[in-house]
Design a protein around this ligand. Structure first.
Ligand code: SAM
Length: 230
């Protein structure tokens, strides 16, 4: 139901998994259409900003079909991809290690990774605070975190254009080439996203320090960088 209230709790997890399983096959194609391919540049910078030496072990949380995982591998990191949706992981390419798991309870040892990346998934997590705690658990002290998430430009023409694009055109394109309900859910799902200071506070509470937030390309996207505290 396109206008049904947004789900919460276990219902949300179930619906999010089913939705991504359903759109997995065309996910990357629609993504490229939505961002005009600009996300490749944002991901490159997000991986560089980890500032980890080559061959570090990095966990890509909510990896989907692996756009971030492949960028990690291109930048000579050893990447592990994990996602709730089997369909998304199965549709991915060139991902050496894939593990299906809920990000709020991952089957990895404490402090076993040098870094974590997470692309465009915060809105989809049922338990955002618990997921940050879990990310902090699996990263070693001094390890790094880099997150990309959707955003909205702050003012003027860019904001108006973005709203038209994201709220009207993207659902229309998504309906034509993929799944109608999923691409109507996409702009609505931004309602799950807490304000930036709250996200920073959650990251700090989870055990990350030096949390840095920056708007990407006039606010078309946003990035959080942080270090795992000792
Ligand atoms: C918009 S996609 C982003 C995929 C990929 N990171 C990217 O940047 O293209 C969101 C992903 O989050 C995953 N996801 C949603 N809830 C999750 C959870 N609780 N645990 C792990 N992954 C989850 C979905 O299955 C989906 O693959």
């Amino acid at each position: 139901m396109i206008d049904a209230p947004l789900p919460t709790g276990d219902d949300k997890t179930r619906q999010v998994r089913a939705m991504f399983d359903a759109i997995a096959g065309r996910y990357e194609m629609v993504n490229k259409m939505m961002t005009f391919g600009l996300d490749a540049r944002w991901r490159r910078r997000a991986v560089t900003d980890l500032r980890l030496p080559p061959q570090s072990l990095v966990l890509d949380v909510a990896a989907g079909t692996g756009d971030f995982t492949r960028e990690l591998q291109r930048q000579s990191q050893r990447a592990v991809a994990t996602d709730l949706s089997y369909g998304m992981l199965a549709a991915g390419r060139e991902m050496t290690r894939r593990v299906q798991a809920d990000a709020s309870a991952m089957p990895f040892r404490t402090a076993s990774f040098d870094g974590v990346t997470c692309g465009y998934a915060l809105r989809n997590f049922t338990d955002l605070a618990g997921t940050f705690v879990e990310m902090a658990r699996v990263v070693r002290p001094g390890g790094r975190l880099s997150i990309l998430e959707v955003a909205e430009p702050q003012g003027g023409l860019l904001r108006a254009g973005f709203r038209l694009w994201f709220r009207r055109v993207v659902p229309f394109i998504g309906s034509l080439v993929s799944d109608r309900a999923a691409y109507h859910y996409l702009p609505r799902s931004t309602a799950y996203l807490p304000p930036t200071p709250e996200i920073v506070a959650l990251l700090n509470a989870a055990g990350f320090s030096a949390v840095n937030h920056r708007r990407v390309m006039g606010g078309l996207s946003q990035q959080f960088i942080a270090t795992r505290g000792a």
